[in-house]
Design a protein around this ligand. Sequence first.
Ligand code: FE2
Length: 292
Amino acid sequence: MNPPLGLTAEQRAQWQRDGFLVLPDFKSAQDIHAIRQRAGEIVDAFDPQGQMSVFATHDQARLSADAQFLASGSGIHCFFEEEAFDEHGQLRQAKALSINKIGHALHDLDPVFDAFSHGIALTSVARDLGLGDARVWQSMFIFKQPGIGGEVRWHQDATFLHTSPQSVVGFWFALEDATRDNGCLWVAPGAHRGPLRERFVRVSNPQLGQPLTQLEALDPTPWPDLAQALPVEVPAGTLVCLHGLLPHYSAPNRSAHSRHAYTLHAVDGASTYSVSNWLQRGADLPLRGFLG
Ligand code: FE2
């Protein structure tokens, strides 16, 4: 499958107007199969014991979770669904059906994900969305497991990857058909013209000897109400592009079917990336564009 390079004038106008864009048939069944299979291998190799330890205090658990989350920015880490465990701390279902996501440097560290995440087609779309010099900061394989796939509440992606001026764009690939039943994306068309409401930052904590993450309120503008929300029901292979200020969410997946998706988030190299963003990189893992 060879998607047309770049966007039409109509698609660019849609992007400006709505803050999101749906590009069907962007990835082939073969491309999708390759990363779903690879994600399965990563989960198979993942030993959950380290993450299943019982902590004496809530603070200890929080510190451990924060340390793992911050480390994942330059690694490949598996994260559990919140409802994966029973009251005794045991998995309720098989490990492969318990993982919420894998993040956040798959696109740089794993050859199969690297191939999926780079190429001329993505470069052209990114350029037409305003990323003249794209820098791909993060990747996530999202499982949205059957029955327990957790809700992702209303948020804006610029909360997590803040630049001046705002430039982050989310690239959301449907790896399975996404429907209202299995927890598709919901967006508020046009609401990307509103303010950034929150920031998720890394704060130093010399007493603890490790940084922590923190969500800071910026603007009290309420989230859109459900009447403004539009479900983005799309078949596998579709690419959905999301403006960094567009409010979006996804409901829990209570269906018997998973809703696998893969996301990339990129900013413009001409903007200033905030030093307080949770996601930072060392010189050992240089940022790349979509051409690799
Ligand atoms: Fe998002």
